[in-house]
Design a protein around this ligand. Structure first.
Ligand code: ASP
Length: 325
């Protein structure tokens, strides 16, 4: 047994021109959430409780695309989705099309623990939320001014955004990779806002868990379901590992990314980082996504083929790191 380990992400596909101030904000939030997870692990909370706790925190802060600050549908509304999986016993719960639940990850957890099902969506998920007495708020609570502006830009560019690429014109940018000239409809673009959140944990007992929560893609069709609530695609945990993905959901679904990491570990005997690298190379279209993972040996790993991925990790031996590029 290698002790506990934790990783968090705040989305893949980061803007190469993301202003430094925004980068610092993201790192600060990721560090804060990691520390919440670390304290919980030090108090011997089980992995499943820790991933829920950390993702709740990320949902509550408007910076990333989950809970408050969720990406908007083409109608300007919020339809959130989340999933959670406990590797011990392979129990899971998921929700989609949630419009009033303050912390969708906790509703997913309740689907897992208090319903006979694995996945509830739209009106049924909302009804279940009320039966369970979870905290609800008006849909407006989730809608930030910034996202309203981004939806406008997405509509003008006639595009659906997984990485919020918006024209750089007029933006005061500070480049981490200024040479990377991204274009959208002939315009230089900037990926200004961060994204989907996730957390994976292996606790001191070697139990793995994973949780992912998102508003989905900016300007998505109403009713669109991405990878985040899909067990095996955006989220997966079993006896050997826990995985949470982020990026273009359609590509992650095609690659059944999260489960694939577990599969190559189980069937090919690959180590954690080896498995992550293998799956990204073999199963993921170029530039589309990334993931974080932990193993029951207390290892932590991440991989992405997008420009960047907001992420942080820590292990029991005192290692801690927060990165974007
Ligand atoms: N994977 C999410 C989705 O497609 C988006 C993201 O990770 O930012 O809904």
């Amino acid at each position: 047994m290698g002790g506990w380990a934790i990783a968090v992400h705040g989305g893949a596909g980061v803007d190469p021109n993301l202003p430094l101030e925004r980068q610092e904000q993201a790192k600060h939030l990721l560090t804060r959430c990691l520390n919440i997870g670390i304290s919980a692990l030090r108090s011997s909370l089980p992995a499943i409780d820790v991933v829920e706790l950390v993702v709740r925190e990320l949902e509550t802060d408007p910076y990333f695309n989950s809970g408050r600050g969720s990406a908007l549908t083409e109608k300007g509304t919020v339809e959130m989705e989340a999933s959670i999986m406990d590797g011990a016993g392979r129990r899971c719960g998921a929700v989609s099309g949630v419009t009033t639940v303050k912390n969708p990850i906790s509703l997913a957890r309740l689907v897992m623990s208090k319903s006979p099902h694995s996945y509830l969506a739209f009106a049924g998920a909302e009804e279940f939320a009320r039966q369970q007495g979870v905290e609800t708020v008006d849909n407006e609570y989730f809608i930030t001014e910034e996202n309203v502006g981004m939806l406008k830009l997405a509509k003008e560019a006639n595009t659906i955004l997984f990485d919020y690429r918006i024209p750089t014109i007029g933006l005061d940018t500070c480049s981490a990779a200024a040479e990377t000239s991204l274009q959208m409809n002939g315009l230089p673009i900037s990926v200004y806002a961060p994204e989907t959140v996730g957390c994976v944990v292996v606790d001191g007992e070697g139990r793995c868990a994973a949780a992912t929560s998102t508003g989905g893609l900016m300007n998505k069709k109403s009713g669109r379901i991405g990878d985040s609530p899909l067990i095996g695609a955006g989220t997966y945990a079993c006896e050997v590992c826990g995985v949470s993905c982020t990026g273009e959901g359609e590509a992650i679904i095609r690659g059944t990314l999260a489960r694939e990491v577990a599969a190559v570990m189980e069937y090919k005997g690959l180590g954690l980082q080896e498995a992550v690298d293998f799956v990204i190379r073999e199963r993921l279209d170029e530039g589309k996504a990334g993931l974080i993972a932990v193993s029951n040996k207390g290892e932590v790993a991440c991989g992405f083929n997008s420009v960047g991925m907001f992420r942080g990790c820590a292990t029991e031996d005192g290692f801690m790191e927060v990165n974007i590029w």
